[in-house]
Design a protein. Structure first.
Length: 329
């Protein structure tokens, strides 16, 4: 049976028309199709510069949504790994293919449950997009259970630990970096993108132009951070507009990874495990304890959902016990 005949039969089966009308339509089809060769549309992944075409289209659509380069990079990495392991056309992917892939991924790469759940979410988002854009009928990931991840107890720094961190900074750049991360509460990726021209020292304000989701917002810093920033900027011998740059020529802007490495090294001198997000967590905790309303704190931290900010509002066991004793003792 030719492709034209298959198409004709499928068309007849799908058209809900009276017999005489259907006969007229099919006669017209037979007349027109005699000059054409009909082929079934292929849904298989076609390599395009090393990237499956359907993934390339998906990433392009996400790029239009102004996702960060880092997020797009992670999407691409996870999707390419999946299709490299599961060599099937998209419409043939089944829930068990995804389950087996996730199991193998965890076993071979010793991946954490948190990362594995992130992979599952990436796949679910991708297949959901395929459904919405008529590439496939059902999302195979919708039947793959969410991977339970352990809830980490996030510990902010206390005042003594924060001062110890400052004390162990070896130069004005490190001091300015620690003060800036703590007092603004910005993400490390946001810090890496801040320029001197984004800062108004007199107002102690900073415009974050490339926040999560490429959204812009204003954050603020304290007097101690203003002082350390002034000292650092005055000490520099370059003309780069980036707020934080390398300590040696050609004084390139510090990357996200570079900032993380500096903060980790300062932490090692103190004997504490320090990373930029812990400073952001400390900022949030200090804000809550100081009485900043959650909606304002949500805005300062650049959270899209209030539920994310609420994570920092959870009081620890000591706080709960102290409050209980104050009333019921």
């Amino acid at each position: 049976m030719s492709n034209n005949e298959r198409f004709r039969n499928e068309l007849a089966a799908r058209l809900d028309l009276p017999p005489e009308t259907l006969k007229t339509v099919l006669t017209a089809f037979d007349y027109v199709s005699s000059d054409y060769d009909i082929e079934r549309k292929s849904m298989e992944l076609i390599p395009y510069g090393g990237t499956p075409e359907v993934v390339k289209i998906y990433l392009a659509s996400k790029g239009v949504e102004n996702l960060s380069k880092e997020t797009l990079k992670q999407y691409k990495y996870k999707l390419l790994n999946f299709f490299k392991d599961v060599s099937k056309p998209v419409e043939a992917i089944e829930p068990n293919d995804i389950r087996i892939y996730l199991y193998k991924f965890k076993q071979t790469r010793n991946a954490s449950d948190t990362y594995l759940e992130n992979v599952r979410l990436t796949l679910s988002g991708f297949f959901g997009w395929l459904v919405n854009n008529d590439y496939i009928i059902k999302n195979p990931c919708s039947k793959v259970d969410k991977i339970r991840t352990p809830q980490k107890q996030r510990e902010p720094l206390n005042n003594y630990e924060l001062e110890t961190l400052r004390y162990n900074c070896k130069d004005v750049r490190e001091k300015a970096l620690i003060d800036f991360l703590f007092s603004t509460g910005c993400r490390v990726s946001e810090c890496a993108n801040v320029k001197q021209s984004d800062i108004v020292l007199q107002e102690r304000s900073v415009v974050i132009r490339h926040g999560k989701g490429n959204k812009m917002r204003f954050v603020y810093f304290n007097a101690e951070s203003e002082l350390s920033l002034r000292k650092y900027i005055e000490s520099r011998k370059d003309s780069n507009d980036a707020l934080f740059v390398s300590s040696r020529r050609p004084f390139k802007p510090l990357t996200k990874e570079g900032i993380e490495a500096i903060v980790r090294n300062i932490g090692k001198r103190t004997g504490m495990r320090i990373y930029p997000h812990r400073l952001r967590h400390t900022f949030a905790t200090c804000g809550i304890n100081g009485g900043i309303p959650l909606p304002i704190l949500q805005t300062l931290m650049g959270h899209e959902k209030p539920e994310t900010t609420m994570i920092y509002a959870k009081q620890n066991r000591t706080d709960a016990q102290r409050a209980h004793q104050k009333i019921y003792a």
